[in-house]
Design a protein around this ligand. Structure first.
Ligand code: ACO
Length: 429
């Protein structure tokens, strides 16, 4: 295996080291290319660019597997809890019983949000998308905990913000839902575990306490674990980029939430259900929509299909589809959208257009159907993704801050605008 790659630029040989990861992945280190040759590399969408070295998550898009800190995500989805998986991602290993108990206790300690922040919710129109509230509230937390807003927080301070964020974000999300339906907020309870607590804050009301269903709790727990990290995706790269300027963790996570919101990323779970509803209302003729997605003169895309990295299948989609089937059987739910989704998947997997381009169902294709069955409203779907992705964002921010070699993120460009010209006063234009 070569240690170096030579690039011949106008007869000048530039030696670029090859970096090899623990799983044998290889990268050409071009970090000295510009200073040695004056050239930069172009890679729109960063399809071939490694922005960092990371020990958090490994995925193989061709083989279709995903591991957090070495552990296959399917094993975590089956056996772990979201709190334990968060610990694993943030601290690099599974906790022992004492560590897990201390971590869970810290969640309880930090579950309330400052009562002044509660007033913010009342200032938003009830039609506000909960992602807007979430990103604003997370950034606003920096105003309430200014003691942590410093350029070099200690390890202890970072740990405190991490657990604070994990716990408070869940409360903020539930409050934003309550605000949207005009119901009084339900405060967090110390006697309930993470997912129970969230469902209780979402669905309990003074007249109708929420009846906890273990199947629902397990399904949500599994979904959160499957969303917990996905290496250098759009929102995580955003968190790293913002954090690379040494912006504080609240500000960096708030930016990540905004990046996640888009329908090509975490907003896809909402877009999938909107698409399925549209096809269902239109008589269920999904072939018409598949044809539309293949038509290059049409911008319509089949939401929930395709992935930048997975070119075989998305391992998360497989687990989620199985979970959807089990949950629907257990709860006796018959959702026409689940049947429609399965028929679309079946048709797409046989279609030459999708086969050629290696477009498979991604994590968002079936997750929305489960959120829907649990009773989570459509515009909260990306919020659920954000709750799930939070430990991954924190782990990446922390890894970057701890890395003495990390630098501020600042890509170059190739300028294609006008050549130098003089300013013309307005009366002469
Ligand atoms: N429907 C129809 N055609 C598609 C789809 C789709 N969902 N996805 C990709 N294609 C086609 C493209 O038109 C392109 O065709 P071409 O080669 O003939 O031009 C080819 O497949 C490659 O697509 P790109 O957009 O270049 O792939 P990229 O890696 O940049 O994008 C993405 C990946 C954004 C996920 C894309 O597949 C997509 O838009 N999917 C729908 C939205 C979605 O489900 N997003 C969630 C992703 S998972 C996540 O973020 C958690």
């Amino acid at each position: 295996m070569a240690d170096n790659v030579q690039i011949n630029i106008d007869g000048k040989i530039i030696e670029c080291p090859v970096i090899v990861g623990t799983e044998g992945e290889r990268a050409i280190d071009i970090s000295k290319l510009r200073t040695q040759s004056g050239l930069i590399t172009m890679d729109p969408g960063f399809g071939n660019t490694g922005a960092c070295q990371s020990a958090i998550t490994y995925l193989d898009g061709d083989k279709g597997f995903l591991r957090y800190r070495g552990i296959p995500v399917e094993q975590l989805a089956e056996n772990s809890t979201f709190v334990e998986t968060s610990y694993l991602l943030i601290y690099g290993r599974l906790p022992n019983a004492q560590e897990l108990e201390a971590f869970s206790d810290a969640f309880n300690e930090h579950s309330m949000i400052h009562e002044d922040m509660v007033n913010f919710f009342h200032a938003y129109p009830s039609t506000t998308h909960p992602m807007a509230i979430l990103s604003a509230m997370v950034c606003a937390m920096s105003a309430y905990y200014p003691e942590f807003i410093k350029e070099e927080p200690t390890k202890q301070e970072i740990n405190r913000i991490a657990v604070q964020l994990l716990s408070k974000v869940r409360t903020i999300c539930a409050f934003s839902y309550k605000k949207s339906i005009g119901e009084p907020f339900v405060y967090p309870r110390h006697d309930l575990h993470y997912v129970h607590n969230f469902l209780n804050m979402m669905f309990s009301s003074p007249t109708n306490p929420y009846q906890i269903d273990d199947d629902v709790v397990n399904a949500l727990q599994m979904l959160l674990i499957l969303h917990a990290d996905h290496e250098q995706n759009c929102s995580t790269s955003t968190v790293r980029l913002v954090g690379s300027s040494h912006a504080n963790l609240y500000a960096s996570i708030s930016a990540g939430i905004c990046a996640l919101w888009g329908p090509l990323h975490g907003g896809a779970n909402q877009a999938v259900i909107e698409m399925l509803e549209m096809i269902h209302k239109d008589g269920g003729d999904f072939n018409k929509y598949i044809a539309k997605a293949k038509d290059k003169s049409n911008t319509f895309r089949l939401m929930g299909f395709g992935h930048r990295v997975y070119k075989n299948f998305d391992p998360r989609a497989r687990v989620i589809k199985k979970c959807a089937d089990n949950l629907f059987n257990k709860l006796g739910i018959n959702d026409p959208l689940l049947d429609l989704a399965k028929r679309i998947e079946e048709a797409v997997l046989k279609d030459e257009y999708f086969i050629e381009r290696k477009l498979y169902p991604n994590v968002d294709f079936y997750s929305g159907i489960i959120f829907r069955a649990i009773g989570i409203p459509l515009n909260m779907f990306p919020v659920m993704f954000a709750i799930g992705r939070l430990p991954g964002w924190i782990a990446h921010w922390k890894e970057m801050i701890d890395d003495p070699t990390s630098k501020i993120g600042r890509p170059y460009q190739i300028y294609t605008g006008s050549l130098k010209k003089d300013y013309v006063p307005i009366e002469q234009r």
